[in-house]
Ligand binder design. Structure first.
Ligand SMILES: CC(C)(COP(=O)(O)OP(=O)(O)OC[C@H]1O[C@@H](n2cnc3c(N)ncnc32)[C@H](O)[C@@H]1OP(=O)(O)O)[C@@H](O)C(=O)NCCC(=O)NCCS
Length: 434
């Protein structure tokens, strides 16, 4: 074996047989199928890996988002999230995620124009949404209505055509705020507000949420900016649960509305999109700064969890949390401060100095401050995940488009380790019960 080969391969000895195998290492990864050659004998299945939750398994090659959790780095297409949040806007970031590079002036104008003029939905979508029960969860409504769009655009199933893919991507990014806002209005028993194409993406969303009898609703610019930044921060996060759901369902070559509706479903789960709501509940329960030391003791004794702290990937300050903290200050300048912010700031200060949290590398994550901002906008907690879904849509679609063009990809179909019975003899019910 040459030096290079020795460096770029793994030598494995199967102690059951004494046989040795060389397995190539590419990008610090071995191909799981290469393990398939390791077998007891020809009749036996090849060796496989067991990895519930894909904790140490790469499912794709992707050039959309880069994360270094130890260093607290997040980049979209190579651009640091801090620069995008400060200097870009959500639609430009959406363009970047989808196209892989920043737009020229002409490309940007055409993109914004296209998105703006696809914000309306078919009237039957409105009737469909109006059919939900008065107390329907807005995420359930969003998931169903995004899925329903596939019936309005049957041509979307032609996923191998680049122009067709582009059309569906534009439609989905454009219509998500309309569907999300209508789900919100539904729960309040208020009439649905049509898009106002004079407004920018995020300002139009706020208009569809909050407009009443005034002829035009124009939100405070600082609030528009804060929400736009929140959308940017949520726009992609590589192979998270909902993106994996979009890719997994998309791998069947179904249309993108059905695939994204699966992503919305995944995001609905409390382990994914619901942590900011838990942070708010925790802050309300703590109630005042005097109660913080007792709460922290409870966390250290293992009776409590400091919600909004810790992350599977980030073992450093979540870069999004820093930006959100600044946005929270901007929002409270407009809406007046929330006493819960003082509790959050004090909790963070104590936790960042406390040995328990330092040793375990527990830092604030994206959800620590976002719930406070959403509450300042007067969103009910059920809406928090809808906002997340609107922000995440360009990421889901960029990953979906990457998937359908990736020649390595196959229909997602994991292996299992079968643990049930075998070869039982069936006795008909009449005999079993007699
Ligand atoms: C996000 C989260 C699920 C990551 O979990 P994970 O990577 O599996 O980390 P672990 O659960 O293995 O935690 C490692 C250690 O830190 C502790 N820990 C992790 N998060 C903690 C938290 N928020 N509060 C207190 N202790 C925490 C664990 O108890 C464990 O301690 P131990 O080694 O003494 O057993 C976890 O940090 C958490 O539950 N955070 C709160 C919920 C939240 O904010 N979720 C939003 C994520 S964006």
């Amino acid at each position: 074996m040459t030096d290079v080969a020795a460096k770029d391969s793994l030598t494995v000895t199967d102690n059951r047989t004494g046989q040795t195998y060389d397995i190539a290492i590419t990008d610090n990864t071995i191909a799981a199928k290469d393990l398939g050659q390791i077998r007891l004998d020809e009749d036996q299945p090849g060796l496989a890996t067991y990895d519930p939750g894909f904790v140490n398994t790469a499912s794709c090659r992707s050039s959309v988002t880069y994360i270094d959790g130890d260093k607290g780095i997040l980049e979209y297409r190579g651009y640091p999230i801090e620069q995008l949040a400060e200097k870009s806007n959500f639609l430009e970031v959406a363009y970047l995620l989808i196209h892989g590079e920043l737009p020229t002036k002409e490309q940007y104008d055409a993109w914004v124009h296209e998105i703006t003029y696809h914000t309306f939905v078919h009237e039957n979508v409105k009737s469909f949404m109006q059919g939900f029960r008065y107390d329907a969860h807005p995420m359930g409504m969003l998931m169903a209505s995004v899925g329903a769009l596939s019936t309005f655009y049957p041509d979307a199933r032609n996923i191998s055509d680049a122009d067709n893919r582009h059309m569906q991507i534009v439609r989905m990014i454009a219509k998500m705020p309309t569907l999300g806002a209508w789900a919100f209005r539904h729960a309040q028993g208020k009439p649905y507000v049509y898009p106002d194409n004079d407004l920018g993406y995020t300002a139009n969303f706020l208009s569809m949420l909050f407009k009443m009898s005034e002829s035009k609703f124009e939100a405070d610019e600082r609030l528009v900016k804060a929400l736009d930044v929140l959308f940017i921060l949520h726009a992609d996060h590589e192979q998270n649960c909902s993106t994996n759901a979009v890719r997994s369902v998309g791998s069947s070559q179904v249309d993108p509305y059905s695939a994204v509706s699966a992503g919305v479903g995944a995001l609905y789960g409390p382990l994914h999109g619901g942590a900011n709501e838990a942070v708010l509940r925790m802050l309300k329960r703590i109630g005042s700064k005097e109660n913080i030391p007792a709460f922290i003791d409870g966390v250290k004794d293992g009776n409590e969890r400091l919600m909004g702290f810790g992350h599977r990937v980030y073992k450093n300050y979540d870069p999004r949390a820093k930006i959100i903290k600044k946005s929270a200050e901007d929002v409270f300048e407009v809406t007046g401060t929330n006493p819960l912010l003082d509790i959050a700031l004090e909790l963070e200060k104590i936790a960042l100095e406390d040995e328990y949290f330092v040793k375990r590398k527990l830092y604030p994550n994206v959800d620590f401050y976002s719930g406070l901002i959403y509450e300042a906008f007067q969103f009910p907690p059920e809406m928090f995940t809808v906002l997340f879904a609107i922000g995440r849509t360009p990421g889901w679609l960029a990953q979906w488009a990457e998937l359908v063009q990736d020649k390595d990809q196959k229909i997602a179909r994991p292996k299992q380790i079968y643990t049930g019975d075998r070869e039982l003899t069936f006795t008909p019910a009449a005999e079993r019960w007699s």
